[in-house]
Structure formats: structure tokens, C-alpha cells
Design a protein around this ligand. Sequence first.
Ligand code: HEC
Length: 126
Amino acid sequence: MKIIKFSIFLILVIGLVFAYQVGETKEAEAPSYGSMKGDMKKGKTFFNDNNLGKGTAGKYCNSCHPGGKGLEASGEKKEFNIMGEKQNSLVEAVNFCIVNALKGTAIDPDGQDMKDIVSYIKSLKK
Ligand code: HEC
């Protein structure tokens, strides 16, 4: 009898430890999933979107950078110079073009749209 009770107790303990571990790994993986990562396919669609930043110039990124042409090295650069003005990050460069080329409003530098665009530009690397 004792051995049966002990076995049941052991199984319960193992089960609890296992369930706890599964719960923990799920929580640890959650933040880096989905919302935090850029979606390069979505970023590519923004290059064809003349509503990006509600631009009023009637242009989109592809008007001047067709298929991302000329931006192959941008994903790795730390400094940019567009139309004679300096930008200190890719995010700033993208917003500079949204404001000055599309005549739109800068988008949230930490937002999902920006992450998607950055991830598309990084994917252009040759
Ligand atoms: C009216 C034309 C025009 C439009 C539209 C335009 N850009 Fe630009 N962009 C430029 C010019 C000019 C430069 C500076 C010269 C160059 O690097 O090609 C530049 C530079 C850049 C750079 C930096 C390139 C580098 O490595 O130095 C990035 C990144 C960029 N644009 C992203 C975008 C994005 C994203 C959009 C759409 C939101 C966009 N551009 C729309 C004209 C434009």
C-alpha cells in the first residue's frame, strides 16, 4: 500500500514540475513573437502605398526607390545623408523620406509599421 501512495505522490510532483516548466518557457518566448518583429512582406507593401504617413505628394517609396533599388546597403548604415540633411539611423532616414519626399507625417519610430519597413529594407542586402 505504502509504495502505491508514494508512487502517486511522485507522479504528482513530477507532473507539477513539468507543468511549471512548460508554463515558464511559453511566457519567455511570448514577447519576441509577432508584435515585436518586423514583417518584411508587409514592409514591401508599404513601398507601394501612397497613403503611408498620409503623404500628399502622390508618391510612394517605389516612385524613387523602385523595388528598393539603391537601398541595398541602407540596412547596415549608421549615418545617412538625404537631400543634404543628416540622419542618424535608418528609422530617421525612413521618416525623413516620408516627411520630405511623400509630404506626409512621420510615423511612430517604435511602431509596427516602421519595424515592417526596416525589416524589408534590411532584406534588400545583397
Ligand atoms: C521623391 C523621391 C523619394 C521618395 C518618394 C522616397 N525617397 Fe528615400 N530617398 C530619396 C533620395 C533622393 C535619397 C538620397 C539619395 C539616395 O540615397 O538614394 C533617399 C534616401 C533614402 C534612404 C537612405 C539611403 C541610404 O542608404 O543612404 C532610405 C532608407 C530611404 N530613402 C527610404 C525611403 C522610404 C522608406 C520611402 C517611402 C516612405 C522613400 N525613401 C521615399 C528620394 C525619395
